[in-house]
Ligand binder design. Structure first.
Ligand code: SAM
Length: 349
């Protein structure tokens, strides 16, 4: 009797254990599986998955979230990089009523052409947070929402508002394409093995219609604005390095417009906006003070006096931006300032 009771208790306890399938987890692949079934329920419930939805899951692991998603969705397409996990998923769902509604794609989600989906729900490896977010935001056709677990700090950057400490280039870049909401704080002990950081679930809703910008223009512009986000735009756009970059670009664009190939050669077309920050504007290691640690020259000594500089400063004055700081500008203000620069023939790509 005592043995039977112990067995029953063990079986009961196992029901509430995360399904691990005897697999060892690799931290290098961000393998921290969800071990709290109540949390999994809560994520699925907050996602608002409909019975008609095709769900994209990224990094299904051993399938704890997948199982709940299959219970509420029409279909789940899961992309998993680790072949051991893919095998485990197939074993877990084989012969269950769900098996024909689950498609597993083995591969790196960043290199995979994503299929159609209505909604994405995922507990992802945190090292791909930034490229994955931008991949999703560029995905066509536009999906309804993505409900994603991120490292807490990354999540707070996505939802930050002007003046918040974590408001940065990533925030503005993301909010250009989507509205982002914080859904749930998740402590590290909800995972096995526990990661070193706390997490948050956010809901990303792509804007419909999209705000159309020239992506290269926008990125070059934001790199400069966020190079020192707490400085005034007046002092950023007075810097010699910024003025000479913009002037080179201005001359190149003018030469192209006039079809003057000789002036184009003179203009030296090499424009290096990349020196003003990384690709996505996401640095998790800084203190949120600035987007980039690169030292830039500023101050009177590095200023240039030129007609072109006056042209740039006139744009700032026209929009009343000279004394404003990127850390406090709204998305609409960034869009407006870029449009003023472009109207004056000043380009960032
Ligand atoms: C944080 S775990 C989540 C596991 C499961 N969804 C859960 O919540 O229990 C992340 C999963 O993503 C997988 N993964 C890591 N890098 C990936 C990539 N580039 N593409 C697709 N899957 C990836 C890992 O193998 C792991 O299974």
């Amino acid at each position: 009797m005592a043995g039977g009771k112990a067995r029953k208790e063990k079986a009961k306890a196992q029901q509430h254990m995360p399904y691990q399938g005897g697999i060892s987890f690799h931290k290098s692949k961000g393998q921290h599986i969800l071990k709290n079934p109540l949390l999994v329920d809560s994520i699925v419930q907050k996602s608002g998955v409909k019975p008609t939805d095709v769900v994209l899951e990224i990094g299904p692991g051993t399938g704890n979230l997948t199982k709940k998603l299959l219970e509420v969705a029409k279909k789940v397409v899961a992309v998993e990089i680790d072949p051991r996990m893919v095998l485990e998923l197939q074993r877990r769902f084989q012969g269950t009523p769900h098996s024909n509604r689950l498609t597993v794609i083995q591969g790196d989600v960043l290199k995979t052409d994503l299929p159609y989906f209505d909604i994405c729900v995922a507990n992802i490896p945190y090292q791909i947070s930034s490229p994955l977010t931008f991949k999703l935001l560029n995905h066509q056709p536009v999906f309804r929402a993505a409900i994603i677990m991120f490292q807490r700090e990354f999540a707070m950057r996505l939802v930050a508002q002007p003046s918040d400490k974590l408001y940065c280039r990533l925030t503005v870049n993301t909010q250009l394409h989507a509205r982002v909401f914080h859904l749930l704080k998740v402590g590290r002990n909800n995972f096995r093995p526990p990661p070193k950081v706390d997490s948050s679930v956010v809901r990303i809703e792509p804007r419909k219609p999209r705000i159309e910008v020239n992506q290269k223009e926008w990125e070059g512009f934001l790199r400069i604005c966020f190079n020192r986000k707490n400085k005034t735009l007046g002092s950023i756009f007075r810097q010699k390095s910024v003025i000479s970059l913009l002037e080179k670009n201005y001359r190149t664009v003018r030469a192209l417009q006039l079809g003057q190939e000789d002036s184009l050669k003179e203009a030296d077309t090499k424009i290096d906006f990349a020196s003003f920050g990384d690709d996505q504007g996401m640095e998790m290691d800084d203190d949120g003070a600035d987007d980039d640690e690169m030292e830039v020259e500023d101050g009177e000594a590095d200023e240039v006096q030129s007609e072109f500089k006056d042209k740039v400063l006139d744009v700032l004055k026209e929009g009343d931006f000279e004394e404003k700081r990127s850390s406090k500008l709204t998305l609409q203000e960034f869009l407006y300032l870029l449009s003023l620069f472009n109207k004056a023939g000043i380009h960032f790509s």
